[in-house]
Design a protein around this ligand. Sequence first.
Ligand code: GLP
Length: 240
Amino acid sequence: MKLVLCEDYEEMSLKAAEETVNLTKANPHCVLGLATGSTPMGMYKILTRMYREGRADFSRVKTFNLDEYYPISQDNPQSYHSFMDKNLFSQINIKKENIHILDGMCKNAEEECKNFEQLIEKTGGIDLQILGIGTNGHIGFNEPGEYLIPQTHLTYLSQSTLNANSRFFKEGEEMPKQALTMGIGTILKAKKILLLAGGMSKRDIIKQLLGGEITTHIPASMLKVHKDVVLMCDRAAYPD
Ligand code: GLP
């Protein structure tokens, strides 16, 4: 795992955006794996700015999102569909048919996940996967546990994730207890992975990740077996 230490969140977001845009220039048909959460928001803002300034083109890019709550409707403001639309897709020239996000209202989750996996394969696989990290070490919604599931699947959210993400839901609004997520194997199949971590709240898990062993109790530690992973973090998240 290569480390890129950035001065602050702005620099981290800029470097991540530049890496993404460089890939779209080298390969306009590239396939991006995208993440939600507060971490990539700065990067998405910069991508939007670069597009407006004519420095980025997403017209042929395809995207697959990591995860989605379940059950949740696409137009729920807390859905990852809404998040991606608001923070990136509605701001750039990506084609609707090139965007793939798991359907939080699907009737048959198993089939939905299987089709998603097949579609990733059919497009040639993910060239660059953007990841954030949960304070408990989760990536996507692959929660710490005795075992991890390789493929895209329906899962229960851990108590720590429910606590961490409840801030996005209004009081009285029920937060989904389940989610559809790419599996660890799906993520590891990406050709390149960019793991972003910003802020003090991530320092402890980054310390465990850098120092520790590979364990299902820190799902992000599985990334250590991949040959092209960059951990990009700001000083606040970096344990020195
Ligand atoms: C969320 C998402 C992850 C995200 C992580 C960190 O629950 N499922 O994909 O990377 O938790 O979120 P944040 O960036 O807000 O800290």
